[in-house]
Design a binder for this molecule. Structure first.
Ligand code: HEC
Ligand code: HEC
Length: 293
């Protein structure tokens, strides 16, 4: 097992006592949104898929596993190489809306945006603030996230055989919940892992070099037991399936509505093809066909 299992002892427990008054109301509102992002009145219009924040940040970020929100607020403000600016927690949350939620970027300082940041900050109560000049990541998994050292060599040397093995493993270990077609089972609250209703190609999990670490620590749900090799092969299979393209410009509201967007980088596009090409991989060869939509 790994350091981010449910029994992780380094990460403190989530607080259980809510603040009083208006502050407490905002913490609870933020928590409600994190668990019901795609159906909540304040956010459903900004979500473009069938996911909630809690589908990835398990137990609404209270889970002591990779993706926890315990400790996250201590990392902000932080420099982000993607935007080439110093990002606030509200900025960072909005990035998951554009990418993992395949939606629009909520306007900073709306009630929804403030409430989510308030909830996430509450989960870091009492923890020391850190200054992060390199990247905006929770200090509890900075060292672990996307498999420093071991993931990239495995991704760069991947072939169609890894894809085929990934498909086999997916069928054995994942399809009972996420289904063979990757579309999940809404009635059982099993979320989709590819296709139009899943995260887009700008999301962290769409990157074949990032999904393996996430899976190692979180999936199969309740029994995270994959080896590194299995996590890589499954990631190659899952992330080679079709999902929405990401185009930053289409994820932003018009400037009159949105106000300032805290980024120097204003153009960013990704597809399944480009996410693999980044590591020298030809998606057609990986899939063993010529029909990637
Ligand atoms: C499809 C999975 C997925 C969904 C859904 C998702 N996230 Fe994330 N989120 C991630 C991943 C993966 C990262 C780390 C990405 C990276 O650093 O490249 C991340 C990072 C973050 C971070 C930065 C903190 C850190 O510790 O790295 C915050 C804050 C965050 N997400 C908030 C949210 C909120 C709020 C929502 C719902 C609006 C949400 N996320 C939905 C996958 C997801
Ligand atoms: C026992 C059922 C179950 C199994 C087996 C399982 N998952 Fe999940 N998975 C879930 C549930 C439920 C969630 C959402 C968690 C939540 O909302 O609390 C989830 C979330 C996810 C997510 C993030 C949300 C999304 O839809 O993108 C990914 C990616 C994922 N699983 C991939 C896998 C992979 C790959 C495997 C096989 C190694 C796997 N899961 C096995 C139930 C399962």
């Amino acid at each position: 097992m790994n350091g981010f299992s449910a029994a992780n002892t380094e990460i403190p427990d989530a607080p259980t006592v809510y603040p009083d008054g208006e502050l407490g109301r905002m913490v609870k509102l933020g928590e409600d949104i994190i668990f019901n992002t795609n159906t909540h009145e304040l956010t459903k219009g900004m979500v473009g898929n069938d996911l909630t924040c809690s589908n990835c940040h398990l137990q609404g970020g209270k889970g002591k596993t990779l993706g926890t929100f315990i400790g996250t607020a201590t990392a902000f403000p932080a420099y982000s190489p993607r935007e080439k600016t110093v990002q606030t927690l509200q900025n960072r949350i909005n990035n998951c809306f554009m990418r993992s939620m395949n939606g629009k970027r909520p306007i900073i300082d709306t009630e929804a945006s403030v409430a989510m940041a308030t909830y996430v900050t509450w989960l870091s109560s009492g923890l020391p603030v850190t200054m992060n000049a390199k990247k905006p990541v929770n200090p509890f998994y900075t060292a672990e996230w996307w498999g420093k050292g071991w993931v990239l060599p495995m991704i760069k040397s991947a072939t169609h055989d890894n894809y085929v093995n990934g498909q086999k493993l997916y069928t054995e270990k994942c399809a009972s919940c996420h289904q063979a077609d990757g579309q999940g089972l809404a009635a059982a609250k099993f979320p989709p892992v590819w296709g139009e209703r899943s995260y887009n190609t700008g999301a962290g999990l769409s990157k074949p070099e990032k999904l393996p670490t996430y899976l190692l620590h979180n999936m199969p749900l309740g029994n995270a037991n994959l080896t590194r090799e299995e996590a890589v092969d499954i990631s190659i299979y899952v992330d080679a399936q079709p999902r929405p393209d990401f185009d930053l410009q289409k994820s932003l509201y018009p400037r009159e509505e949105m106000g300032h967007y805290n980024s120097i980088v204003m153009e960013e596009k990704h597809s399944v093809r480009s996410n693999f090409a980044k590591w020298g991989l030809d998606i057609d060869q990986i899939r063993g066909d010529k029909v990637i939509p």
